[in-house]
Design a protein around this ligand. Sequence first.
Ligand SMILES: Nc1ncnc2c1ncn2[C@@H]1O[C@H](COP(=O)(O)OP(=O)(O)O)[C@@H](O)[C@H]1O
Ligand SMILES: O=C(CO)[C@@H](O)[C@H](O)COP(=O)(O)O
Length: 485
Amino acid sequence: MGAQSAGPLVVGVDSSTQSTKTLVVDAETGAVLARGQAPHTVTGGTGKDGGEPGGKESDPEQWWRALGEALDRCGAAARQASAVSVAGQQHGLVTLDAAGAPVRPALLWNDVRAAPQSERLVRERGGAEVWAQRTGSVPRSAFTVAKWAWLCDNEPESAAATAAVRLPHDYLTQRLTGQGVTDRGDASGTGWWASATGAYDTEILEHVGLAPEKLPRVALPGEAAGTVRCAELPLPQGALVAPGTGDNMAAALGLGLRSGQPVLSLGTSGTVYAVSTHRPTDPTGIVAGFADARGDWLPLACTLNCTLAVDRVAALLGRDREAVEAGGSAVLLPFLDGERTPNLPHASGLLHGLRHDTTAGQLLQAAYDGAVFALLQALDRVLDADTADDAPLLLIGGGARGRAWRETVRRLSGRPVVVPEAQELVALGAAAQAAGLLLGEDPAAVARRWGTARGTAFEPVERDTAACDRLAATLADGAALLGHR
Ligand SMILES: Nc1ncnc2c1ncn2[C@@H]1O[C@H](COP(=O)(O)OP(=O)(O)O)[C@@H](O)[C@H]1O
Ligand SMILES: O=C(CO)[C@@H](O)[C@H](O)COP(=O)(O)O
Protein backbone atom coordinates (compact mmCIF):
# COMPACT_ATOMS: atom_id res chain seq x y z
CA MET A 1 0.00 0.00 0.00
CA GLY A 2 1.31 3.49 -0.85
CA ALA A 3 2.29 5.86 1.96
CA GLN A 4 -0.73 8.19 1.57
CA SER A 5 -3.19 5.70 0.12
CA ALA A 6 -6.32 4.15 1.62
CA GLY A 7 -6.40 1.18 -0.74
CA PRO A 8 -4.19 -0.78 -3.11
CA LEU A 9 -2.59 1.13 -5.99
CA VAL A 10 -3.43 0.71 -9.67
CA VAL A 11 -1.77 2.11 -12.81
CA GLY A 12 -3.78 3.48 -15.75
CA VAL A 13 -2.05 4.12 -19.09
CA ASP A 14 -3.18 6.31 -22.01
CA SER A 15 -1.03 5.61 -25.09
CA SER A 16 -2.55 8.20 -27.42
CA THR A 17 -1.42 9.83 -30.64
CA GLN A 18 0.84 12.52 -29.23
CA SER A 19 2.04 10.99 -25.96
CA THR A 20 1.82 8.32 -23.28
CA LYS A 21 0.33 9.38 -19.97
CA THR A 22 0.44 7.24 -16.82
CA LEU A 23 -1.38 7.66 -13.53
CA VAL A 24 -0.88 5.83 -10.26
CA VAL A 25 -4.24 5.84 -8.51
CA ASP A 26 -5.55 4.74 -5.11
CA ALA A 27 -8.09 2.06 -6.03
CA GLU A 28 -10.22 2.87 -3.00
CA THR A 29 -10.54 6.66 -3.28
CA GLY A 30 -9.44 7.48 -6.84
CA ALA A 31 -6.75 9.86 -5.52
CA VAL A 32 -4.00 10.32 -8.12
CA LEU A 33 -0.70 9.73 -6.31
CA ALA A 34 1.67 10.13 -9.25
CA ARG A 35 1.59 11.01 -12.93
CA GLY A 36 4.00 10.75 -15.83
CA GLN A 37 4.05 11.67 -19.51
CA ALA A 38 6.39 11.05 -22.47
CA PRO A 39 5.94 12.22 -26.09
CA HIS A 40 5.51 10.21 -29.31
CA THR A 41 6.63 11.07 -32.83
CA VAL A 42 4.24 10.81 -35.77
CA THR A 43 5.82 10.77 -39.23
CA GLY A 44 4.29 11.20 -42.66
CA GLY A 45 4.87 7.67 -43.91
CA THR A 46 7.72 6.03 -45.75
CA GLY A 47 7.08 6.95 -49.38
CA LYS A 48 9.86 7.38 -51.94
CA ASP A 49 10.16 11.10 -51.13
CA GLY A 50 10.26 10.45 -47.41
CA GLY A 51 6.54 10.93 -46.95
CA GLU A 52 3.31 10.27 -48.81
CA PRO A 53 0.35 12.65 -48.65
CA GLY A 54 -2.02 11.48 -45.95
CA GLY A 55 0.47 9.13 -44.26
CA LYS A 56 0.64 8.99 -40.42
CA GLU A 57 2.88 6.42 -38.81
CA SER A 58 4.56 5.75 -35.45
CA ASP A 59 7.06 3.13 -34.38
CA PRO A 60 5.42 0.80 -31.80
CA GLU A 61 8.81 0.39 -30.08
CA GLN A 62 8.60 4.10 -29.35
CA TRP A 63 5.27 3.63 -27.51
CA TRP A 64 6.94 0.97 -25.37
CA ARG A 65 9.87 3.25 -24.56
CA ALA A 66 7.47 6.13 -23.83
CA LEU A 67 5.53 3.86 -21.46
CA GLY A 68 8.76 3.11 -19.57
CA GLU A 69 9.66 6.81 -19.40
CA ALA A 70 6.19 7.89 -18.25
CA LEU A 71 6.22 5.16 -15.54
CA ASP A 72 9.72 6.24 -14.44
CA ARG A 73 8.32 9.73 -13.94
CA CYS A 74 5.72 8.25 -11.55
CA GLY A 75 8.58 7.37 -9.18
CA ALA A 76 8.30 4.70 -6.50
CA ALA A 77 4.47 4.59 -6.57
CA ALA A 78 4.35 2.65 -9.85
CA ARG A 79 6.46 -0.13 -8.28
CA GLN A 80 3.74 -0.65 -5.68
CA ALA A 81 0.87 -1.19 -8.13
CA SER A 82 -1.33 -4.27 -7.72
CA ALA A 83 -3.00 -3.95 -11.13
CA VAL A 84 -2.40 -2.21 -14.46
CA SER A 85 -4.42 -1.44 -17.59
CA VAL A 86 -3.40 0.07 -20.92
CA ALA A 87 -5.75 2.16 -23.08
CA GLY A 88 -4.60 3.36 -26.48
CA GLN A 89 -5.39 5.25 -29.66
CA GLN A 90 -7.87 3.16 -31.66
CA HIS A 91 -7.60 1.42 -35.05
CA GLY A 92 -3.78 1.52 -35.58
CA LEU A 93 -2.36 -1.40 -37.58
CA VAL A 94 0.56 -2.97 -35.72
CA THR A 95 2.21 -5.76 -37.72
CA LEU A 96 4.58 -8.13 -35.88
CA ASP A 97 6.97 -10.72 -37.28
CA ALA A 98 7.43 -14.26 -35.94
CA ALA A 99 9.79 -12.94 -33.25
CA GLY A 100 7.21 -10.36 -32.10
CA ALA A 101 9.10 -7.36 -33.53
CA PRO A 102 7.30 -4.70 -35.62
CA VAL A 103 7.53 -5.46 -39.36
CA ARG A 104 7.19 -1.73 -40.11
CA PRO A 105 5.88 1.39 -38.32
CA ALA A 106 2.21 1.25 -37.32
CA LEU A 107 -0.33 2.89 -39.63
CA LEU A 108 -2.33 5.25 -37.39
CA TRP A 109 -6.07 6.00 -37.17
CA ASN A 110 -5.61 9.36 -38.94
CA ASP A 111 -3.68 7.96 -41.92
CA VAL A 112 -6.06 8.44 -44.86
CA ARG A 113 -4.05 6.55 -47.50
CA ALA A 114 -6.41 3.55 -47.17
CA ALA A 115 -9.43 5.56 -48.43
CA PRO A 116 -9.52 3.72 -51.82
CA GLN A 117 -9.23 0.34 -50.08
CA SER A 118 -12.06 1.21 -47.67
CA GLU A 119 -14.32 2.17 -50.58
CA ARG A 120 -13.41 -1.03 -52.40
CA LEU A 121 -14.09 -3.23 -49.36
CA VAL A 122 -17.51 -1.65 -48.84
CA ARG A 123 -18.35 -2.29 -52.52
CA GLU A 124 -16.99 -5.84 -52.59
CA ARG A 125 -18.79 -7.03 -49.49
CA GLY A 126 -22.37 -5.99 -49.99
CA GLY A 127 -22.37 -2.22 -49.48
CA ALA A 128 -22.65 0.13 -46.52
CA GLU A 129 -25.89 -1.27 -45.09
CA VAL A 130 -24.47 -4.82 -44.92
CA TRP A 131 -21.25 -3.65 -43.21
CA ALA A 132 -23.21 -1.57 -40.70
CA GLN A 133 -25.49 -4.50 -39.85
CA ARG A 134 -22.58 -6.93 -39.47
CA THR A 135 -19.81 -4.92 -37.86
CA GLY A 136 -21.75 -1.88 -36.59
CA SER A 137 -19.76 0.47 -38.84
CA VAL A 138 -19.05 1.34 -42.44
CA PRO A 139 -15.24 0.97 -42.47
CA ARG A 140 -13.58 4.25 -43.42
CA SER A 141 -9.83 4.60 -43.94
CA ALA A 142 -9.41 4.82 -40.15
CA PHE A 143 -10.46 1.22 -39.69
CA THR A 144 -7.78 -1.46 -39.32
CA VAL A 145 -9.29 -3.63 -42.05
CA ALA A 146 -8.77 -0.88 -44.64
CA LYS A 147 -5.19 -0.34 -43.46
CA TRP A 148 -4.46 -4.07 -43.76
CA ALA A 149 -5.86 -3.99 -47.32
CA TRP A 150 -3.63 -0.96 -48.07
CA LEU A 151 -0.60 -2.88 -46.79
CA CYS A 152 -1.43 -5.92 -48.93
CA ASP A 153 -1.79 -3.68 -52.01
CA ASN A 154 1.24 -1.45 -51.42
CA GLU A 155 3.72 -3.53 -49.41
CA PRO A 156 2.93 -7.19 -50.05
CA GLU A 157 6.32 -8.16 -48.59
CA SER A 158 5.39 -6.53 -45.25
CA ALA A 159 2.00 -8.27 -45.25
CA ALA A 160 3.69 -11.61 -46.00
CA ALA A 161 6.17 -11.12 -43.14
CA THR A 162 3.34 -10.44 -40.66
CA ALA A 163 2.84 -13.24 -38.13
CA ALA A 164 0.56 -11.27 -35.79
CA VAL A 165 -1.65 -8.18 -36.09
CA ARG A 166 -2.26 -6.02 -33.05
CA LEU A 167 -3.86 -2.71 -32.08
CA PRO A 168 -1.73 -0.16 -30.20
CA HIS A 169 -3.16 -0.95 -26.76
CA ASP A 170 -3.00 -4.74 -27.06
CA TYR A 171 0.54 -4.58 -28.50
CA LEU A 172 1.58 -2.92 -25.22
CA THR A 173 -0.50 -5.36 -23.13
CA GLN A 174 1.25 -8.23 -24.90
CA ARG A 175 4.68 -6.80 -24.11
CA LEU A 176 3.63 -6.52 -20.46
CA THR A 177 2.10 -9.98 -20.13
CA GLY A 178 3.34 -12.13 -23.02
CA GLN A 179 -0.33 -12.73 -23.91
CA GLY A 180 -2.11 -11.75 -27.15
CA VAL A 181 -5.32 -10.34 -25.65
CA THR A 182 -7.61 -7.47 -26.64
CA ASP A 183 -11.10 -6.31 -25.64
CA ARG A 184 -14.44 -5.83 -27.42
CA GLY A 185 -14.15 -2.02 -27.35
CA ASP A 186 -10.94 -1.74 -29.35
CA ALA A 187 -11.79 -4.85 -31.45
CA SER A 188 -14.95 -3.05 -32.61
CA GLY A 189 -12.80 -0.47 -34.43
CA THR A 190 -11.06 -3.01 -36.62
CA GLY A 191 -13.80 -3.75 -39.18
CA TRP A 192 -13.22 -7.50 -38.72
CA TRP A 193 -15.09 -7.85 -35.41
CA ALA A 194 -18.81 -8.51 -35.88
CA SER A 195 -20.82 -6.48 -33.39
CA ALA A 196 -23.82 -8.63 -34.36
CA THR A 197 -22.19 -11.79 -32.92
CA GLY A 198 -19.47 -10.45 -30.62
CA ALA A 199 -16.78 -12.46 -32.43
CA TYR A 200 -14.26 -12.03 -35.23
CA ASP A 201 -15.96 -12.12 -38.66
CA THR A 202 -14.12 -14.96 -40.39
CA GLU A 203 -15.64 -14.18 -43.80
CA ILE A 204 -14.30 -10.62 -43.74
CA LEU A 205 -10.93 -11.90 -42.53
CA GLU A 206 -10.82 -14.45 -45.35
CA HIS A 207 -11.77 -11.74 -47.84
CA VAL A 208 -8.73 -9.65 -46.83
CA GLY A 209 -6.43 -12.66 -46.50
CA LEU A 210 -5.81 -12.44 -42.77
CA ALA A 211 -5.78 -15.68 -40.73
CA PRO A 212 -7.80 -15.35 -37.46
CA GLU A 213 -4.90 -17.05 -35.59
CA LYS A 214 -2.88 -13.88 -36.19
CA LEU A 215 -5.29 -11.86 -34.04
CA PRO A 216 -5.42 -11.53 -30.25
CA ARG A 217 -8.04 -13.30 -28.12
CA VAL A 218 -10.95 -10.98 -27.20
CA ALA A 219 -11.28 -11.02 -23.40
CA LEU A 220 -14.72 -10.70 -21.87
CA PRO A 221 -15.39 -7.59 -19.76
CA GLY A 222 -14.09 -8.27 -16.25
CA GLU A 223 -11.57 -10.89 -17.40
CA ALA A 224 -7.83 -10.46 -16.86
CA ALA A 225 -5.34 -10.31 -19.75
CA GLY A 226 -2.61 -11.80 -17.57
CA THR A 227 0.02 -10.60 -15.11
CA VAL A 228 3.13 -8.45 -15.49
CA ARG A 229 5.85 -10.73 -16.84
CA CYS A 230 8.53 -8.30 -17.97
CA ALA A 231 11.39 -6.91 -15.98
CA GLU A 232 12.01 -3.90 -18.28
CA LEU A 233 9.37 -1.60 -16.76
CA PRO A 234 9.18 -0.24 -13.23
CA LEU A 235 6.11 -2.35 -12.39
CA PRO A 236 5.93 -5.26 -9.95
CA GLN A 237 6.24 -8.72 -11.49
CA GLY A 238 2.97 -10.63 -11.09
CA ALA A 239 0.72 -7.52 -10.88
CA LEU A 240 -2.66 -8.15 -12.51
CA VAL A 241 -3.11 -6.76 -16.04
CA ALA A 242 -6.62 -5.89 -17.23
CA PRO A 243 -7.39 -6.22 -20.99
CA GLY A 244 -7.27 -2.44 -21.60
CA THR A 245 -9.32 -0.87 -24.39
CA GLY A 246 -9.46 1.94 -26.97
CA ASP A 247 -8.90 5.45 -25.65
CA ASN A 248 -12.49 6.61 -26.20
CA MET A 249 -13.89 3.53 -24.44
CA ALA A 250 -11.47 4.15 -21.59
CA ALA A 251 -12.61 7.77 -21.24
CA ALA A 252 -16.22 6.52 -21.07
CA LEU A 253 -15.16 4.22 -18.21
CA GLY A 254 -13.19 7.04 -16.62
CA LEU A 255 -16.29 9.25 -16.54
CA GLY A 256 -18.45 6.39 -15.20
CA LEU A 257 -20.67 7.28 -18.17
CA ARG A 258 -24.37 6.34 -18.23
CA SER A 259 -26.55 6.43 -21.34
CA GLY A 260 -28.00 9.85 -22.08
CA GLN A 261 -24.76 11.67 -21.14
CA PRO A 262 -23.08 13.04 -24.31
CA VAL A 263 -19.30 13.50 -24.36
CA LEU A 264 -17.31 15.81 -26.62
CA SER A 265 -13.58 15.12 -26.57
CA LEU A 266 -11.05 17.62 -27.94
CA GLY A 267 -7.68 15.93 -28.50
CA THR A 268 -5.64 15.08 -31.58
CA SER A 269 -8.96 13.67 -32.76
CA GLY A 270 -12.28 15.28 -31.99
CA THR A 271 -14.93 12.80 -30.87
CA VAL A 272 -18.58 12.90 -29.82
CA TYR A 273 -20.11 9.83 -28.23
CA ALA A 274 -22.50 8.40 -25.67
CA VAL A 275 -23.08 5.02 -24.07
CA SER A 276 -26.10 3.20 -25.46
CA THR A 277 -27.85 -0.08 -24.74
CA HIS A 278 -28.82 -0.31 -28.46
CA ARG A 279 -26.30 -1.74 -30.94
CA PRO A 280 -25.59 1.03 -33.49
CA THR A 281 -25.85 0.25 -37.23
CA ASP A 282 -25.56 3.59 -39.08
CA PRO A 283 -25.38 2.92 -42.86
CA THR A 284 -24.26 6.54 -43.56
CA GLY A 285 -20.96 5.72 -41.84
CA ILE A 286 -21.06 8.96 -39.84
CA VAL A 287 -21.53 7.05 -36.59
CA ALA A 288 -19.05 4.29 -35.82
CA GLY A 289 -20.90 1.54 -33.97
CA PHE A 290 -18.27 0.76 -31.36
CA ALA A 291 -18.70 -1.57 -28.42
CA ASP A 292 -17.85 -0.10 -25.04
CA ALA A 293 -15.46 -1.84 -22.62
CA ARG A 294 -18.34 -3.25 -20.54
CA GLY A 295 -21.34 -4.90 -22.20
CA ASP A 296 -22.94 -1.88 -23.90
CA TRP A 297 -22.25 0.21 -27.01
CA LEU A 298 -20.45 3.45 -27.77
CA PRO A 299 -21.82 5.14 -30.91
CA LEU A 300 -19.16 7.70 -31.82
CA ALA A 301 -18.27 10.20 -34.54
CA CYS A 302 -14.64 11.24 -34.98
CA THR A 303 -12.91 14.12 -36.76
CA LEU A 304 -9.28 14.12 -37.88
CA ASN A 305 -8.77 17.85 -37.46
CA CYS A 306 -9.15 19.12 -33.94
CA THR A 307 -6.58 20.61 -31.56
CA LEU A 308 -3.55 20.21 -33.87
CA ALA A 309 -5.34 21.86 -36.80
CA VAL A 310 -6.50 24.86 -34.76
CA ASP A 311 -3.07 25.21 -33.12
CA ARG A 312 -1.55 25.19 -36.63
CA VAL A 313 -3.86 28.02 -37.73
CA ALA A 314 -2.91 29.97 -34.58
CA ALA A 315 0.78 29.44 -35.39
CA LEU A 316 0.27 30.54 -39.01
CA LEU A 317 -1.42 33.71 -37.76
CA GLY A 318 1.31 34.21 -35.14
CA ARG A 319 -1.29 34.27 -32.35
CA ASP A 320 -1.72 32.63 -28.98
CA ARG A 321 -4.40 29.91 -29.20
CA GLU A 322 -6.68 31.94 -26.91
CA ALA A 323 -6.36 35.17 -28.97
CA VAL A 324 -9.72 34.84 -30.74
CA GLU A 325 -12.02 37.71 -31.70
CA ALA A 326 -15.77 37.61 -32.28
CA GLY A 327 -17.52 38.87 -35.42
CA GLY A 328 -16.95 38.88 -39.15
CA SER A 329 -18.23 36.42 -41.70
CA ALA A 330 -15.15 34.30 -42.45
CA VAL A 331 -15.65 30.54 -42.57
CA LEU A 332 -12.68 28.23 -42.16
CA LEU A 333 -13.01 24.47 -42.62
CA PRO A 334 -9.69 23.35 -41.03
CA PHE A 335 -9.44 20.01 -42.84
CA LEU A 336 -5.62 20.09 -42.98
CA ASP A 337 -5.31 16.29 -42.75
CA GLY A 338 -8.26 15.36 -44.98
CA GLU A 339 -11.41 14.66 -42.95
CA ARG A 340 -13.35 11.69 -41.64
CA THR A 341 -16.53 13.49 -40.42
CA PRO A 342 -17.74 14.57 -42.89
CA ASN A 343 -16.18 11.83 -45.03
CA LEU A 344 -13.71 13.87 -47.11
CA PRO A 345 -10.41 11.94 -46.91
CA HIS A 346 -8.75 13.99 -49.67
CA ALA A 347 -9.90 17.43 -48.48
CA SER A 348 -7.60 20.27 -47.51
CA GLY A 349 -8.49 23.40 -45.54
CA LEU A 350 -10.97 25.84 -47.07
CA LEU A 351 -11.34 29.55 -46.29
CA HIS A 352 -14.39 31.50 -47.45
CA GLY A 353 -15.84 34.95 -46.73
CA LEU A 354 -12.57 36.85 -46.24
CA ARG A 355 -13.01 40.68 -46.24
CA HIS A 356 -10.73 43.74 -45.82
CA ASP A 357 -11.96 44.13 -42.27
CA THR A 358 -11.56 40.47 -41.25
CA THR A 359 -9.13 40.34 -38.32
CA ALA A 360 -6.57 37.61 -37.53
CA GLY A 361 -8.45 36.90 -34.30
CA GLN A 362 -11.67 36.34 -36.27
CA LEU A 363 -9.84 33.95 -38.58
CA LEU A 364 -8.61 31.98 -35.59
CA GLN A 365 -12.14 31.90 -34.18
CA ALA A 366 -13.34 30.63 -37.56
CA ALA A 367 -10.91 27.68 -37.28
CA TYR A 368 -12.36 26.77 -33.85
CA ASP A 369 -15.87 27.11 -35.29
CA GLY A 370 -15.08 24.82 -38.24
CA ALA A 371 -13.58 22.12 -36.00
CA VAL A 372 -16.42 22.21 -33.46
CA PHE A 373 -19.22 22.44 -36.04
CA ALA A 374 -18.09 19.18 -37.72
CA LEU A 375 -18.46 17.40 -34.37
CA LEU A 376 -21.77 19.01 -33.41
CA GLN A 377 -23.30 18.11 -36.77
CA ALA A 378 -22.74 14.45 -35.89
CA LEU A 379 -23.93 14.75 -32.29
CA ASP A 380 -27.65 14.20 -32.91
CA ARG A 381 -26.92 10.97 -34.80
CA VAL A 382 -24.79 9.68 -31.93
CA LEU A 383 -27.42 10.27 -29.26
CA ASP A 384 -30.33 7.93 -28.55
CA ALA A 385 -33.65 9.49 -29.56
CA ASP A 386 -34.70 9.82 -25.91
CA THR A 387 -31.62 11.85 -24.86
CA ALA A 388 -32.78 15.18 -23.43
CA ASP A 389 -32.03 18.23 -25.62
CA ASP A 390 -30.64 19.99 -22.58
CA ALA A 391 -28.39 17.11 -21.44
CA PRO A 392 -25.04 18.76 -20.60
CA LEU A 393 -22.09 18.02 -22.85
CA LEU A 394 -19.16 16.59 -20.90
CA LEU A 395 -16.14 18.35 -22.39
CA ILE A 396 -12.84 16.43 -22.09
CA GLY A 397 -9.42 16.03 -23.78
CA GLY A 398 -6.53 18.49 -23.86
CA GLY A 399 -8.65 21.17 -25.59
CA ALA A 400 -11.19 21.19 -22.74
CA ARG A 401 -8.59 23.17 -20.77
CA GLY A 402 -8.84 26.03 -23.27
CA ARG A 403 -11.33 28.87 -22.90
CA ALA A 404 -11.68 29.41 -26.67
CA TRP A 405 -12.59 25.74 -27.21
CA ARG A 406 -15.12 25.76 -24.38
CA GLU A 407 -16.79 29.00 -25.45
CA THR A 408 -16.98 27.82 -29.07
CA VAL A 409 -18.71 24.59 -27.98
CA ARG A 410 -21.18 26.57 -25.85
CA ARG A 411 -21.93 29.08 -28.61
CA LEU A 412 -22.38 26.57 -31.44
CA SER A 413 -24.23 23.89 -29.43
CA GLY A 414 -26.51 26.02 -27.24
CA ARG A 415 -26.16 23.26 -24.63
CA PRO A 416 -24.97 23.36 -21.03
CA VAL A 417 -21.38 22.19 -20.74
CA VAL A 418 -19.57 20.46 -17.87
CA VAL A 419 -15.77 20.39 -17.76
CA PRO A 420 -14.62 17.65 -15.35
CA GLU A 421 -11.81 18.62 -12.99
CA ALA A 422 -10.03 15.33 -13.70
CA GLN A 423 -7.78 15.92 -16.71
CA GLU A 424 -6.58 12.51 -17.82
CA LEU A 425 -9.86 10.67 -18.25
CA VAL A 426 -8.45 8.01 -20.58
CA ALA A 427 -5.70 7.02 -18.14
CA LEU A 428 -8.20 7.32 -15.28
CA GLY A 429 -10.58 4.98 -17.13
CA ALA A 430 -7.78 2.47 -17.60
CA ALA A 431 -7.03 2.79 -13.87
CA ALA A 432 -10.73 2.20 -13.11
CA GLN A 433 -10.62 -0.95 -15.27
CA ALA A 434 -7.56 -2.17 -13.35
CA ALA A 435 -9.25 -1.36 -10.02
CA GLY A 436 -12.47 -3.09 -11.14
CA LEU A 437 -10.49 -6.22 -11.98
CA LEU A 438 -8.60 -6.12 -8.70
CA LEU A 439 -11.64 -5.48 -6.50
CA GLY A 440 -14.22 -7.45 -8.52
CA GLU A 441 -16.29 -4.31 -9.24
CA ASP A 442 -17.84 -2.74 -12.36
CA PRO A 443 -15.16 -0.25 -13.55
CA ALA A 444 -17.74 2.43 -14.36
CA ALA A 445 -19.11 2.10 -10.81
CA VAL A 446 -15.52 2.45 -9.53
CA ALA A 447 -15.13 5.70 -11.51
CA ARG A 448 -18.46 6.99 -10.18
CA ARG A 449 -17.30 6.18 -6.65
CA TRP A 450 -14.12 8.15 -7.41
CA GLY A 451 -16.25 11.15 -8.51
CA THR A 452 -14.27 11.60 -11.74
CA ALA A 453 -17.03 13.41 -13.67
CA ARG A 454 -17.28 16.18 -11.06
CA GLY A 455 -16.45 19.51 -12.58
CA THR A 456 -17.44 23.05 -13.43
CA ALA A 457 -20.88 23.51 -15.01
CA PHE A 458 -21.45 26.24 -17.62
CA GLU A 459 -25.00 27.44 -18.38
CA PRO A 460 -26.30 27.20 -21.95
CA VAL A 461 -25.96 30.32 -24.14
CA GLU A 462 -28.09 31.12 -27.18
CA ARG A 463 -26.98 29.02 -30.16
CA ASP A 464 -25.21 31.07 -32.86
CA THR A 465 -27.41 29.90 -35.72
CA ALA A 466 -25.97 32.47 -38.15
CA ALA A 467 -22.47 30.96 -37.78
CA CYS A 468 -23.86 27.41 -38.05
CA ASP A 469 -25.79 28.32 -41.20
CA ARG A 470 -22.66 29.89 -42.79
CA LEU A 471 -20.66 26.74 -42.00
CA ALA A 472 -23.36 24.41 -43.35
CA ALA A 473 -23.62 26.46 -46.56
CA THR A 474 -19.82 26.50 -47.08
CA LEU A 475 -19.65 22.73 -46.58
CA ALA A 476 -22.43 22.19 -49.11
CA ASP A 477 -21.21 24.74 -51.69
CA GLY A 478 -17.56 23.71 -51.29
CA ALA A 479 -18.29 20.01 -51.87
CA ALA A 480 -16.47 19.86 -55.22
CA LEU A 481 -13.32 21.55 -53.85
CA LEU A 482 -13.36 19.48 -50.67
CA GLY A 483 -13.58 16.24 -52.64
CA HIS A 484 -10.31 17.03 -54.48
CA ARG A 485 -6.84 15.85 -53.53
N1 LIG B 1 -4.49 24.69 -21.91
C1 LIG B 1 -4.86 24.27 -23.11
N2 LIG B 1 -5.73 24.97 -23.85
C2 LIG B 1 -6.14 24.53 -25.07
N3 LIG B 1 -5.68 23.42 -25.64
C3 LIG B 1 -4.79 22.68 -24.96
C4 LIG B 1 -4.34 23.05 -23.67
N4 LIG B 1 -3.47 22.12 -23.26
C5 LIG B 1 -3.37 21.20 -24.25
N5 LIG B 1 -4.17 21.54 -25.28
C6 LIG B 1 -4.36 20.83 -26.55
O1 LIG B 1 -4.53 19.47 -26.25
C7 LIG B 1 -3.98 18.70 -27.29
C8 LIG B 1 -3.60 17.34 -26.76
O2 LIG B 1 -4.78 16.75 -26.29
P1 LIG B 1 -4.80 15.27 -25.76
O3 LIG B 1 -6.21 14.97 -25.41
O4 LIG B 1 -3.78 15.12 -24.69
O5 LIG B 1 -4.32 14.53 -27.09
P2 LIG B 1 -4.10 12.99 -27.43
O6 LIG B 1 -4.71 12.21 -26.29
O7 LIG B 1 -4.82 12.82 -28.71
O8 LIG B 1 -2.63 12.75 -27.60
C9 LIG B 1 -2.83 19.49 -27.85
O9 LIG B 1 -2.77 19.29 -29.25
C10 LIG B 1 -3.18 20.93 -27.47
O10 LIG B 1 -3.61 21.64 -28.62
O1 LIG C 1 -9.94 7.12 -34.37
C1 LIG C 1 -10.39 7.51 -33.31
C2 LIG C 1 -11.74 7.11 -32.86
O2 LIG C 1 -12.42 6.32 -33.77
C3 LIG C 1 -9.54 8.42 -32.46
O3 LIG C 1 -10.29 9.01 -31.42
C4 LIG C 1 -8.31 7.69 -31.96
O4 LIG C 1 -8.69 6.76 -30.94
C5 LIG C 1 -7.21 8.63 -31.52
O5 LIG C 1 -7.44 9.26 -30.33
P1 LIG C 1 -6.62 10.48 -29.68
O6 LIG C 1 -5.18 10.22 -29.79
O7 LIG C 1 -7.07 11.73 -30.35
O8 LIG C 1 -7.08 10.45 -28.24
